[in-house]
Design a protein around this ligand. Structure first.
Ligand SMILES: Cc1cc2nc3c(=O)[nH]c(=O)nc-3n(C[C@H](O)[C@H](O)[C@H](O)COP(=O)(O)OP(=O)(O)OC[C@H]3O[C@@H](n4cnc5c(N)ncnc54)[C@H](O)[C@@H]3O)c2cc1C
Length: 458
């Protein structure tokens, strides 16, 4: 029977990062993965969606070529070839997942391709083999939640209803698509398919889409998001799915909308199959863990989507590193208030820290500074000047409480705020730091000046 220092079950961005780190520390590590290393993120989440969104962005730019002084005489001659779009996406995925396998090998991790069944906190079965370990990290991720809406089961059987996984493999673009759920994933698919010319209707039960973002960012974004192919209905409760339509209630009335395809994107549930023997404590979002990523079972840690705290790839990876630090190092805790989030539309949204609503709810004394993209040279040169940056800072030292960016490349720019916040930095440092010109990142410096007194270029 093989003996390990650590067994990791699940090879997504949580599990494979934890396994590589433990390998780097010279530990004997096994990683068990039932499908493909990279998990949801690399195989059908973060990366494939961004590869396809890039196609949508290029397509959009072709359609608006005249804005850049180019003439396309026959726009109808620009053809979307879904097979080639998917081929490009698959190539990117293959390269990355192959890369992860290479990294695992280099770190000396034994990878088992198979389903891991946990026997107890020291024993795991995989492919008729029994492995022994001192520590166990569970990183099995989550699966989409399918609500018990009448008719939805049949729609799934007929391939009319899809989750985020199946929708990436459509061979033909549907004429119309109904998205149930107005969260980040729903919005990204709405952007993708509506830009490609599919008529998309998004149905969200609460009174807002993207419930967790700053109100001011949302209201601007929703105006930008709606286009001739995208309709958003909030306070819309789906009650039934028929062979041709989705039925929903809004304002006390019943409505129906034609749906060739339906994307169900209303949350996930933890993958706990194969882990039953552990009797893990769960709550309504997932497996319960403390700030060290420990579960209620001795020497068993749970990271990533399966604990349901923040369903993001970089959170899964960080939690993996935190678990390793607590098993083999000096200990570390994760601060969820400094986790950046991104939404990949056109433009992008990125944010970290508190929203303005949260500052108010907490009774904080704060300053707010907003700088529009329209006053930034690079944004104008690139023809992408919709959006703004908003910095929230506390009033005594100008310490950054939250940063919210609606701009192209916002998801890259937010890292500056994360680092500043990690160093407990203030708007003064952000304003003092020399930013290259012309760049979009100058909006960070300008808004920081606005916290202190006034932005320069406005
Ligand atoms: C469409 C979409 C877009 C997304 N975009 C982003 C984004 O842009 N940025 C971002 O940060 N996040 C994004 N996410 C979320 C991100 O993909 C997840 O947060 C992340 O993958 C979670 O990582 P994980 O390691 O916890 O789990 P997963 O990635 O789900 O990996 C878990 C792995 O465990 C394996 N497994 C499960 N049970 C067993 C078992 N018993 N034995 C062996 N193996 C098992 C599974 O096969 C899987 O490979 C997106 C998600 C989706 C669906």
């Amino acid at each position: 029977m093989k003996q390990y220092d650590l067994i990791v079950v699940g090879g997504g961005p949580g599990g494979y990062v934890a396994a590589i780190k433990a390998g780097h520390l010279g530990k004997k590590v096994a990683l068990i993965e039932k499908d493909n290393v990279g998990g949801v993120c690399l195989n059908w989440g973060c990366i494939p969606t961004k590869a396809m969104l890039k196609t949508a962005k290029v397509y959009k730019q072709f359609l608006h070529a005249e804005d850049y002084g180019l003439t396309i005489n026959d726009k109808s001659a620009i053809t979307l070839n879904l097979a080639d779009i998917k081929k490009r996406k698959d190539k990117v995925v293959k390269r990355l997942t192959g890369g992860v396998r290479g990294l695992l090998k280099k770190a000396g991790v034994d990878v088992y391709d198979g389903f891991g069944t946990v026997v107890d906190n020291k024993t795991v079965n995989v492919n008729d083999e029994t492995l022994q370990t001192d520590y166990l990290i569970l990183a099995t991720g989550s699966h989409p939640f399918i609500p018990p809406i009448p008719g939805i089961e049949d729609a799934f059987k007929n391939n009319r209803a899809l989750t985020a996984k199946e929708i990436l493999d459509l061979d033909i673009l549907p004429k119309n698509l109904v998205i149930i759920g107005g969260g980040v994933i729903g919005v990204e698919f709405a952007t993708l398919y509506s830009t490609l010319g599919v008529d998309v209707t998004m149905l969200e039960m609460s009174d807002q889409i993207l419930t967790r973002i700053d109100d001011e960012v949302r209201s601007t974004y929703v105006k930008i998001l709606k286009n001739k192919h995208l309709t958003i209905h909030t306070q819309a409760k789906v009650t039934k799915v028929t062979d041709t339509h989705v039925i929903y209630e809004k304002d006390g009335k019943e409505h129906q909308i034609e749906a060739e395809k339906i994307l169900v994107s209303i949350g996930t549930r933890p993958n706990v199959k194969g882990l039953e023997a552990l009797n893990l404590e769960t709550n309504k979002v997932g497996v319960v863990t403390n700030e060290k990523m420990e579960t209620n079972v001795k020497n068993v840690y749970a990271i990533g989507d399966m604990n349901g705290i923040m369903m993001l790839a970089h959170v899964a990876s960080k939690e993996g590193l935190v678990a390793i630090e607590n098993i083999f190092g000096d200990g570390e805790e994760i601060n969820y208030e400094r986790v950046p989030s991104g939404i990949y539309g056109f433009p992008e949204i990125a944010y970290v820290g508190l929203t303005e609503q949260e500052c108010k709810e907490r009774g904080l004394s704060y300053k707010k500074s907003i700088f529009p993209l329209a006053a930034n040279g690079k944004a104008l040169a690139e023809g992408e000047s919709d959006g703004f940056i908003k910095i929230l800072a506390e009033t005594t030292y100008n310490e950054i409480l939250g940063m919210h960016i609606l701009a192209p490349n916002a998801t890259d720019m937010i890292a500056e705020a994360v680092t500043t916040m990690e160093l407990e930095g203030t708007a003064n440092e952000l304003a003092k730091a020399i930013h290259p010109h012309p760049t979009l990142s100058e909006i960070v410096m300008e808004a920081a000046h606005g916290v202190i007194d006034k932005p320069i270029h406005i």
